[in-house]
Structure formats: structure tokens, C-alpha cells
Design a protein around this ligand. Structure first.
Ligand SMILES: *Cc1c(COP(=O)(O)O)cnc(C)c1O
Length: 405
């Protein structure tokens, strides 16, 4: 066997030539199919991360491959100075399947949220004057890493070092309607929140919370923004998470699963809000290219027609009931929560050793916050794959609990 000097491995070269912004697992992935990925040593993994709630149709989805291939042979990119059909089709589909009347396309979740912040500010400025510009968001939220969305994110651990952050954001605890009411003074133009907090540890809203938020916002003429970047596009068992709660926002942002891995984001709003964005008010070079939107259109069509949203609901219920059985047996599990196929398993101990043990057994999972295992598999996942992970988790927790005594 040839001995390869260490500096020529992919991992060593990455750590030599790239910024060390990611705490990475020592795995180099080379190939994926459905719910499975393979590393460069041929080891197979069942993927319960799915690119962090991105690859909903799984890896190398034939739907995505076909759309990519067909569109790239026609037209990849022109400027938003011109109309293109895939972009128009996708916008129409999103409008027809949501509360919204208008769509702006961009490239990522952070950019979608930037657009939402700008639209809410501009709308409020034109309607109520410049004094009303404050945006309330939630403690433990996550809205992105640009200066604007970082300023809107309620987690000091990722803001540290980047002062001065942008002004005009204020934070209240999630699920605390009294705190929100108290924070809603005459300077507030918008409330921005994730219907289910993803990065914050898969935190679900209390039964009436989102309805109460909607009522408060409507009473005060304050814009309600839902960041559905992680929970949208069918993950919760409905196309958009807020549909579970019988209410709709004024603005919604999407990204992660929108292109199944092909980068695309979107900001959607009502017609009333949309009037504040006229020609020249906002723009992007790459947002909504024919290629990105053709892929996304195929993804949305498949989600709707092939039953994957329903599968997310069914498999989510199956997964959660299995995890709840594990919770009865293992004192390490504190709580199982989530909706559809975004599931958080809160542990009484740090989650990293469980994540590592899973990886060694051939399962990819991640933490959201230190003690919550976040399970966000492709929406095409089946009972067999879920059973395999449940069995592995059962064994891992057994071993850990025996060791702890
Ligand atoms: C991932 C995420 C974002 C940021 O998306 P990027 O594409 O990484 O910019 C924003 N909001 C939520 C809720 C997210 O989960």
C-alpha cells in the first residue's frame, strides 16, 4: 500500500488553505444517493442532517438532476433586467401555494432575511415615518450571518467580536407574549421570528403563541415576518410551518430546502407590503437565475405531487413515537419535541459524544445548541431508516448510561 503524506489528504489541505470557520467532523464525503452518503474510504452513512434541512428530496435526486441538466443546456444566467420563464413559474407556484402575493428571489437564507428587514423598514417608513423602524426578534433565534441578520439574531455567542452591530433590533423571549406586548412601543415596525426555532434547539411555539403574536401585530399595524428558512418547504408536514397554527405572516423568508441544495432563497409578502418595493429599491445579481429557479420549481412540484409533505408528517409522527419510547427507557433523554421531520432530542448531557458515536456506527446527526440532537432527514426517509437510527441510539445510550453507572 502506498503511504500518502498527511499534507496531501483533503482534510489536511482544507485546514491548510481555508479559513477555519467550521468545527468539522473528520469525514470527507464523496457521493450521495437518497438518504445515504459515502466517504472517501467507502464508509456508508445514513444522513439525518440532509445538509442541515436542505436536501429534502435526498441526495442525487433524479428530479433535481433532470431539471439541472435540462435547464443548463438552455440558459444558466441572465440579468434580472430580463424576464425568464422558470423564475416566473416558480414565483407563481409559490404565490398559489401560500398566503403571499409577491416573491423576491435571492441566494441564501440570510439574504432573504435582509430583504425582509429592508421591506419591513421601507414599508413602515413610507406609511408611518422614519421614527418607526425598530424590529423585535427573539432570544435564541437564528436569522443568518450577515451584519444585518446577525444583528437580528438573539444569540450573543455568534455576535461576539463583531461590534458595532446594526441598530434597531430588540429581543424578547420566545413564547412570552407579555414581554412582546411590553416591547411593542411606537418605534416598532416589525416582529421577526421562526415559527419553530431551529438553531435555537428545535423550540416549538406554545399552542396559542403564534396566534397571539399575529393578533398583537395586526392590532398595532406592525409587520409580522416569519423566517421559514429551516422549517418551510414541507419539513413540518405542511408546506409552510405557520399553516399548522391557522395564521399567516405579512412577510415570509425561505431558503434551505427551496433548491434541495442548489442555492436559492426567497422573500414573499402580501401585495400591501410589496408596494414599498418599486424599481431600484432592492436587487441582486444572482438571485433567481433560470438555473436556480428551474431546479427549485422541479423540487416544489415533486414535494407537492409525490406526497413528500405527507410523508414528512407520517414519518415525523413515527420517528417521534420511537424516540418517546427511547425517552421512557433512557434517563439521558430529557425531552423529544418537534413537528414533522424537524425533531429535537434534548439530553441531560452534552450531545457531542452521541453525535460522534452515531457517526462511528454510520449515522450522520448534528446538535442544535449543546444538548439537543437535531434530526432533520430528507423528507423521503422511510421507516426502515428511522428504525436503524432508533436502534443505534438505543445501543449508544445503553452504553453511555452503563459507563456512567
Ligand atoms: C440557516 C438559517 C438561516 C441562514 O441561512 P443561510 O442560507 O445560511 O444564510 C436563516 N434563518 C434560519 C431560521 C436558518 O435556519
Amino acid at each position: 500500500m502506498e503511504i500518502v503524506p498527511e499534507t496531501t489528504t483533503t482534510q489536511a489541505r482544507a485546514d491548510r488553505y481555508m479559513f477555519l470557520t467550521y468545527g468539522r467532523f473528520p469525514v470527507t464525503l464523496v457521493r450521495g444517493k437518497g438518504c445515504r452518503v459515502w466517504d472517501d474510504e467507502g464508509k456508508e452513512y445514513l444522513d439525518f442532517v440532509a445538509g442541515i434541512a436542505v436536501c429534502s428530496l435526498g441526495h442525487s435526486s433524479p428530479v433535481v438532476c433532470r431539471a439541472l441538466k435540462e435547464q443548463c443546456e438552455k440558459l444558466v444566467h441572465v440579468s434580472n433586467l430580463y424576464y425568464t420563464e422558470p423564475q416566473t413559474d416558480l414565483a407563481q407556484m409559490l404565490v398559489e401555494h401560500s398566503f403571499a402575493d409577491r416573491v423576491f428571489f435571492c441566494n441564501s437564507g440570510a439574504e432573504a432575511n435582509e430583504a425582509a428587514i429592508k421591506l419591513a423598514r421601507k414599508y413602515s417608513m413610507e406609511k408611518f415615518g422614519p421614527e418607526r423602524h425598530m424590529i423585535i426578534s427573539m432570544c435564541n433565534s437564528f436569522h443568518g450571518r450577515t451584519m444585518g441578520t446577525l444583528s437580528a439574531t438573539g444569540q450573543s455567542k455568534i455576535q461576539v467580536g463583531y461590534d458595532p452591530l446594526l441598530q434597531g433590533f430588540r429581543f424578547v423571549p420566545f413564547n412570552d407574549i407579555v414581554a412582546l406586548d411590553e416591547a411593542m412601543d411606537k418605534y416598532v415596525c416589525a416582529v421577526m421570528l421562526e415559527p419553530i426555532q431551529g438553531e435555537g434547539g428545535v423550540v416549538c411555539p406554545d399552542p396559542d403563541y403564534l396566534k397571539q403574536v399575529r393578533t398583537l401585530c395586526s392590532e398595532k399595524g406592525v409587520t409580522l415576518i416569519f423566517d421559514e428558512v429551516q422549517v418551510g418547504m414541507g419539513r413540518t408536514g405542511k408546506l409552510f410551518a405557520h399553516e399548522h397554527f391557522g395564521i399567516a405572516p405579512d412577510i415570509m423568508t425561505l431558503a434551505k430546502a427551496l433548491g434541495n441544495g442548489f442555492p436559492i432563497g426567497a422573500m414573499l409578502s402580501t401585495d400591501e407590503m410589496g408596494q414599498a418595493f418599486g424599481p431600484g429599491s432592492h436587487a441582486t445579481t444572482f438571485g433567481g437565475t433560470p438555473l436556480a429557479t428551474a431546479v427549485s420549481k422541479a423540487v416544489l412540484q415533486s414535494l407537492l405531487q409525490d406526497g413528500w409533505v405527507t410523508n414528512a408528517e407520517k414519518m415525523g409522527a413515527y420517528f417521534k413515537s420511537g424516540l418517546n419510547k427511547l425517552a421512557e427507557k433512557h434517563e439521558t433523554i430529557k425531552e423529544v419535541r418537534g413537528l414533522g421531520l424537524i425533531i429535537g432530542v434534548e439530553l441531560c448531557v452534552p450531545g457531542a459524544p452521541v453525535v460522534e458515536a452515531c457517526r462511528q456506527k454510520g449515522f450522520l446527526i448534528v446538535c442544535a445548541q449543546e444538548r439537543v440532537l437535531r434530526l432533520v432527514p430528507p423528507l423521503i426517509v422511510g421507516k426502515e431508516e428511522i428504525d436503524l437510527l432508533l436502534e443505534a441510539l438505543d445501543n449508544i445510550l445503553d452504553e453511555m448510561e452503563t459507563k456512567r453507572g
